[in-house]
Write a protein that binds this ligand. Structure first.
Ligand code: GDP
Length: 364
């Protein structure tokens, strides 16, 4: 499964968030399963109301959501890129994830320690960004020194060097590579560096109870400062999420959420947004045995999508029977869709769409 890592300064609410995800899944009221791989890594179901709707129509023996991995990357501090604290280890952990959930403290509480003085979401974000940028700068410079010699004789290396120089200048201005607009064609020049600041990011503004629905001046500051990143800012209260997650009884949970004017845990929103951030899409299989959600990337064709179920499905792919989600719901069953001509036969070139209900035909 693809991984998203939770990062942020100490005492901003990272482990509270991670615990909320894991506990929420343990409670019987849970909307999702969570399985702990190690103390800081968990697999969590992606909540998807379409899956529930399909299950209602098909009445299968089993319903299986798709999952992503959440990693709690604690311990990033100012100076991490120079090895302060266990800085290098934590930066290494970030290198392995596919996307970043950056938690920012937007609540005041004098009992919760803070090394950085008055609450300031913008400078908190910049501290973390700077560490990641410095680390990237190190990687880029290392590769530049290797490439410089070759660039004198090899035109391909020359092009690479120019891309690296652009990255360097950008990082030196205190900007992240994700904002540089590296094209698909340029990517190979830096792909081997696994840069930290190229990873997609979303921000969690951890606000106080009173601002849960509205946000506050801190979350506004944060939003303003990330305007150019096209990154999502999710406003939530991690303590409340942890409290909801700890309740064993679904009725208690419901009551608690009603009291706070919540329709669902903010965690659901976070997990769905993280899924989108990973540019993931879902298709479904809907049989009487099992109704199941499968994860693919945007732009995948039918045979590649089939390979998620089994590698043999890709090799022996013949065709796919496809029903759009809305059609399935409108007509209520595969048979009904077939009758009204809403079941399409698609070939190898078919681009799978989010929500498609797929049935693959293949040779073994
Ligand atoms: P981490 O160091 O980022 O993992 O931070 P923790 O999740 O351990 O949280 C640090 C402290 O802040 C704990 O005592 C939490 O109970 C508290 N905390 C977390 N979220 C909130 C919040 O939304 N409001 C308040 N007032 N305290 C919070």
């Amino acid at each position: 499964a693809l991984q998203a890592g939770i990062v942020g300064l100490p005492n901003v609410g990272k482990s509270t968030l991670f615990n909320a995800v894991s506990k929420s899944a343990k409670a019987q009221a849970s909307n999702y399963r969570f399985c702990t791989i190690d103390p800081n890594v968990g697999l969590v179901d992606v909540p998807d109301e379409r899956l529930a709707k399909l299950a209602e129509l098909v009445q299968p023996n089993r319903v299986v959501p798709t999952q992503i991995e959440i990693v709690d990357i604690a311990g990033l501090v100012r100076g991490a890129s120079k090895g302060e604290g266990l800085g290098n280890k934590f930066l290494g952990n970030i290198r392995e994830v596919d996307a970043i959930i950056h938690v920012i403290r937007c609540f005041e509480d004098e009992n919760i320690l803070r090394d950085e003085g008055a609450i300031n979401p913008v400078s908190d974000k910049e501290i973390i960004d700077t560490e990641l940028q410095l680390k990237d700068l190190e990687s880029v410079e290392k590769k530049m020194s290797r490439t410089e010699k070759m660039a004198k004789t090899d035109p391909k290396a020359k092009v690479e060097l120019e891309i690296l120089q652009r990255c360097k200048a950008h990082l030196e201005q205190g900007k992240s590579i994700r904002e540089l607009g590296i094209t698909k064609e340029e990517m190979p020049a830096i792909a081997d560096l696994f840069l930290l600041t190229i990873k997609p990011v979303l921000y969690v503004a951890n606000v106080d109870e009173a601002s849960m629905h509205t946000g506050n001046k801190f979350s506004e500051m944060l939003k303003e400062s990330v305007k150019n990143e096209q990154a999502e800012v999710i406003i939530m209260n991690n303590s409340i999420e942890a409290q909801i997650a700890e309740m064993e009884n679904p009725d208690d949970q419901q009551l608690f959420m009603e009291e706070y004017g919540m329709k669902e845990p903010a965690l659901n929103r976070l997990i769905r947004s993280t899924y989108k951030l990973l540019t993931l899409q879902t298709y479904f299989t809907a049989g009487v045995q099992e109704v199941r959600a499968w994860t693919i990337h945007e732009g995948w064709k039918a045979p590649q999508a089939a390979s998620v179920i089994h590698t043999d499905f890709e090799k022996g792919f013949i065709k796919a029977e496809v029903i759009a989600y809305n059609d399935f719901v409108q007509y209520g069953s595969e048979a009904a869709c077939r009758e009204v001509g809403k079941l399409r036969i698609e070939g190898k070139e078919y681009l799978v769409k989010d929500g498609d209900i797929m049935h693959f035909r293949f040779n073994v």
